[in-house]
Design a protein around this ligand. Structure first.
Ligand code: FAD
Length: 312
């Protein structure tokens, strides 16, 4: 049923001013002197702060300003977005764009309470028009090593980032007539990055259906921004919300319930053709069910997308 399936390791953005307006402190960006940068408490004390000056000749995987080796960026702003999700702003050299290809992601390195390293991928919600900083939207889990580490950072604390070739799988323009997106929870961020280009690039005619899974309505991230995209897409973007928590369904809920499963994909996705593809980003269980781990090149045998004819 699908011409191809892409496990997104990556994706760009446009008008984030509304969701970013509550970031604090508003004036910290680009004006925080290096002498004020600090190591968060659980980062091993012997760790040095590696700046852009230290890595100016380092290898780069793409146009992205971040090298393939770790570099530290200071936290210059943060705000709470909803009950468990935050927007964090990290500083870049003055006037510089992150210049991340759409849709790529970054790697973040953090440490648990014992100082043990943890590395996770994150897709910025800011686009390359943003200069001197970039924004991550991070859902914080009670037991989450990296998300808790980020939540506990103070303005001026540094976080290590790098950008590697593996996380630069596909780039906009995607060259497809239509795209089915399956996103779960914070898995919306790569989709959002792609959608900013797909919807806001003049002349782009790609049709997109986004199946977006969340526990409850309160968990839907970037809802206003997505609604705005639907409204200005001239019918090119359709969003199907899927809520899994039957106990918190609003009385007037008109979307789907349960999970993004075979029946819903068969119902809403574009039929298989060489000019269509599927983007997937979500929790490990979602990858497992739909297509297999994102580290694999082939769609996993027996997975839902494999059953529906997807191939890479
Ligand atoms: C391409 C890509 C882009 C991503 N972009 C973003 C992004 O922009 N923003 C963002 O917030 N995340 C994003 N993620 C997810 C992110 O990489 C981490 O997996 C997530 O933040 C959890 O990491 P952690 O270290 O906090 O939790 P971990 O230490 O990995 O997990 C600890 C525990 O937290 C709970 N937990 C962790 N993840 C989940 C989950 N997804 N659902 C339910 N419980 C969970 C589980 O109980 C787990 O045992 C992205 C993932 C991919 C593959």
């Amino acid at each position: 049923m699908f011409a191809s399936c892409m496990n997104l390791g990556n994706l760009r953005f446009s008008a984030l001013k509304d969701i970013a307006k509550n970031l604090v402190p508003a004036t910290a960006s680009r004006t925080l002197p290096r002498s004020m940068w600090t190591l968060p408490s659980s980062r091993p004390a012997q760790e040095a702060v590696i700046t852009f000056d230290d890595v100016k000749d380092a290898e780069r995987a793409s146009s992205c300003i971040l090298p393939t080796t770790w570099v530290d960026c200071p936290l210059v702003g943060s705000s709470q977005y909803n009950h468990d999700t935050y927007i964090f702003e990290f500083g870049l050299p003055d006037g510089k764009s992150l210049d991340l290809p759409t849709c790529a992601c970054l790697l973040v390195r953090a440490f648990d309470k014992e100082g043990k390293e943890a590395v996770r991928p994150y897709t910025p919600i800011s686009n390359n028009a943003m200069l001197g900083k970039f924004q991550l939207m991070i859902k914080v889990y009670e037991q989450g090593v990296v998300s808790q580490y980020c939540k506990n950072m103070k303005i001026g604390d540094v976080l290590s980032f790098k950008h590697i070739t593996f996380n630069c799988k596909i780039r906009y323009p995607f060259g497809k007539k239509s795209i089915t997106m399956c996103g779960g929870g914070s898995g919306i961020t790569p989709m959002y990055q792609a959608l900013q280009c797909l919807i806001d690039t003049p002349g782009d005619e790609t049709d997109i259906t986004l199946l977006l899974g969340n526990k409850s309505k309160a968990d839907i991230l970037l809802k206003d921004e997505l609604d705005g995209m639907v409204a200005r897409s001239n019918g090119r973007l359709k969003i199907v919300h899927v809520l899994s928590d039957a106990n918190s369904l609003p009385n007037d809920w008109t979307g789907e319930t349960g999970f993004i499963d075979k029946a819903k994909i068969e119902k809403y996705a574009y039929p298989a053709a060489p000019d269509t593809c599927v983007f997937v980003c979500g929790v490990p269980q979602m990858y497992e069910m739909l297509c297999g781990p994102r580290t694999e090149k082939e769609v996993k045998e027996g997975s839902i997308l494999a059953q529906l004819g997807a191939s890479l």
